[in-house]
Ligand binder design. Structure first.
Ligand code: EPZ
Length: 417
């Protein structure tokens, strides 16, 4: 397993280009299942998770080539309708092929994702919705089996605004017979990006990004030619990295309109922003001030930025309270941050972070994608050297992390494991 060696204390300065959004690229790649032909998807990030989605589509029978951030997918015919456990267990988002498979083929056999480090993460709402649309859903030795003639439009209320659940329903509904209304839909920018990609294929979707989305089924779609939005979580992660090192960086190619909650909260801690063309300049000249956060569904403060913000608060002047409301176990990074000398106490869903003057470099281990990002942020400001093990977690969601950080002046090196 690869490791990252980071010598902390360097101010980050310079320009970094934000890559395409992982959580938009994955469902948009899955959308190529919906119609035959040659699909073109631009601004696709080079990530482990994208490679996993590529393998899933190839396993079905699609031709997939991803190079220089452009994915070319040919989905004329399928020899299989299955997402095998060995792929799904490495990426839960694989579940988003369920909806498009049922819409295009009327059958699907997708491994249950199984739990993960941050929580049980059931898919009951996905399955409830697809059953309401007429699919016969059954479970068999760890797999979801789905069969249907043609899905039918219906009204669906989601108890929780599940992101991939909303995406599965969107992709099931675009070829269904009749109208589907999703109430309490997820409003994340990645859901909107998928909806826009589907509309570019000829889908009839209204209200994406709002609480109620209405989809009028059509009989056929045309191949994609679409550009994925920039990754707001990668952008937020680099903002916290600049903040902890009291740096001054320019983020190129990022959508500040997707970063409202993150930027407002970082401003409260003392970070200064200046809009610059298609990006934003980020500057921090003092010790961060402690602030509280509570993770919420979009447009609230995103759970995917909770760990990175905690790393920033660990050196802030004062005490901050962090409440994680989306996942039941998203504090795996706390024990590792403590190894840097952070003073953090967790009770239930609340982490209390008492800021310390400085962190000390230490050997630590990544446990999940965003936890590993928080360890990198902490190591960048810790005194001395840190070694971060199990770096494959970070490679799932951050394209060329050490190259980008080196470009900003960080002292970081990857040791191939
Ligand atoms: C998406 O996961 C993202 N992944 C996650 O990003 C993100 O943290 C999450 O949304 C929340 O914003 C992708 O888009 C690929 P949910 P998803 O369904 O869709 C419960 C990252 O770091 N729930 O919105 O799996 C669930 O247990 C990843 O990039 C049910 O109970 O999340 C959770 O507590 C991590 N039943 C809550 O809803 C269901 O059927 C939100 O989950 C579905 C979800």
């Amino acid at each position: 397993m690869d490791k990252l060696i980071i010598k902390g204390g360097k101010k980050l300065e310079g320009t970094v280009k934000i890559s395409g959004a992982k959580n938009a690229a994955l469902p948009i790649l899955a959308a190529t299942i919906l119609c035959p032909g040659k699909h073109l998807i631009r601004n696709v990030p080079d990530l482990r998770d994208v490679n996993t989605m590529k393998s899933l589509l190839q396993n079905l029978g699609s031709g997939v080539d991803v190079r220089d951030s452009v994915a070319v997918v040919e989905s004329d015919g399928f020899k299989k309708h299955e997402a095998p456990y060995e792929l799904v267990k490495t990426m839960r988002a694989s579940v988003v092929i369920l909806g498009p498979l049922l819409a295009r083929l009327g059958k699907a056999r997708v491994s249950l994702p199984g739990g993960c480090a941050i929580g049980a993460r059931p898919i009951n709402l996905h399955l409830m919705a697809l059953e309401k649309m007429g699919a016969e859903i059954s479970l068999d030795s760890g797999y979801v089996l789905g069969r249907v003639g043609r899905l039918k439009g219906t009204d669906i209320y989601l108890d929780i605004p599940t992101v991939t659940g909303t995406e599965n329903i969107l992709m099931a509904a675009v070829l269904a017979k009749g109208i589907t209304r999703i109430d309490n839909a997820a409003m994340e920018p990645e859901v909107v990006d998928l909806a826009n990609a589907l509309i570019s294929m000829g889908a009839d979707i209204r209200g994406a990004g709002e609480r109620v989305i209405e989809i009028k089924g059509v009989d056929e779609l045309r191949p994609l030619d679409y550009t994925v939005i920039p990754d707001r979580i990668e952008a937020g992660t680099f903002m916290t990295a600049a903040a902890v090192t009291r740096g001054n960086i320019l983020l190129e190619n990022c959508r500040v309109d997707h970063l409202d909650a993150i930027m407002k909260k970082l401003e409260e801690t003392g970070v200064q922003f200046e809009h610059a063309g298609n990006g934003v300049a980020v500057k921090m000249s003092s010790r961060p001030e402690s602030r509280d956060i509570k993770t919420m569904h979009y447009p609230g403060f995103p759970t995917d930025m909770q760990a990175q913000f905690m790393a920033l608060m660990s050196i802030a002047g004062g005490t901050s309270s962090i409440i994680e409301t989306i996942f039941e176990n998203r504090y795996m990074h706390v024990a590792e941050l403590r190894r840097f000398g952070a003073d953090i106490r967790v009770e239930g869903h609340t982490a209390t972070v008492r800021g310390v003057g400085s962190l000390k470099g230490a050997p630590v281990m990544a446990t999940d994608l965003r936890a590993s990002a928080s360890l990198v942020v902490a190591a960048l400001c810790a005194e001395g050297e840190s070694v971060i093990d199990r770096v494959y977690h970070i490679d799932r969601g951050y394209e060329g992390i050490e190259k980008k950080l080196t470009g900003l002046g960080a002292d970081i090196m990857r040791i191939k494991g």
